[in-house]
Design a protein around this ligand. Structure first.
Ligand SMILES: Cc1cc2nc3c(=O)[nH]c(=O)nc-3n(C[C@H](O)[C@H](O)[C@H](O)COP(=O)(O)O)c2cc1C
Length: 208
């Protein structure tokens, strides 16, 4: 797949089939992802790839609890506009079907308060999956609201400094690949100094 196609179309794919992801594919996307950069090349990352149905049921329960907390706090005052409602509907679908997701990858980091060193690998994992026709969604609410419970379930040694950065769901898509809408680059990029508009504008996505 063309690199730019992957960059433009790897959006949050929450609705996915229950078809398992073969071990060979899981192996392949991890081998690509761990080529990512990390500060000082420390590679202070660990990934727990969960496919076991019983573990997924537990994770699904925890995810649903975390989702309810998010809905009643962060999103309680943010309802109404069409884009947010569409996102919440799709997020609700994931919360309702989390245990059916064929692969969930829990990404952990250590000695890296910002988590900056693990996210390139997480995104590479998602792009590598996209290249093989697999959709994914980066989620963080398990780490925010059920960190200890998830660690207990997976046996993750929090006392050794490991912190959960994300839980990424993977599966063959039910939805369609599309270029997501974003604020255009010329509205978020400054030229040379803060607040100075660049000389260019972009009316439509430049790909395809
Ligand atoms: C740091 C981060 C945390 C996120 N956490 C969640 C989450 O907990 N649950 C979820 O359903 N989506 C989560 N998302 C996905 C975003 O909601 C999604 O990327 C955004 O709405 C854009 O979606 P789109 O690419 O389909 O347009 C997260 C994304 C990022 C980058």
């Amino acid at each position: 797949m063309d690199l730019y196609e992957a960059l433009y179309t790897t959006r949050a794919m929450r609705r996915m089939k229950q078809d398992p992801i073969p071990d060979e594919v899981i192996r392949k996307i991890f081998d690509a992802a761990i080529r990512s950069p990390s500060g000082g090349n420390t590679q202070n990352w660990r990934f727990v790839a969960v496919t076991d149905p019983a573990t997924l049921v537990h994770l699904g329960e925890l995810y649903a609890q975390a989702w309810e907390i998010l809905l009643s706090t962060v999103y309680s005052g943010r309802r109404g506009d069409e884009q947010t409602e569409r996102m919440l509907k799709s997020s609700q679908w994931l919360a309702d079907h989390f245990e059916e997701v064929p692969l969930v990858v829990l990404a952990y980091h250590r000695n890296d308060p910002s988590g900056a060193s693990v996210f390139p690998a997480v995104w590479s994992l998602q792009l590598a999956a996209r290249g093989l026709g697999i959709g994914s969604t980066l989620t963080t609410i398990l780490g925010h609201f059920r960190h200890q419970e998830v660690a207990d379930l997976l046996g993750a040694p929090l006392d050794k400094g490991w912190t959960n950065a994300a839980a990424v769901t993977f599966g063959y898509p039910l939805g369609r690949w599309a270029v997501p809408q974003r604020r255009p680059a010329h509205q978020v990029v400054f030229a040379e100094s803060w607040g100075v508009q660049p000389s260019w504008t972009i009316d439509e996505p430049l790909w395809p």
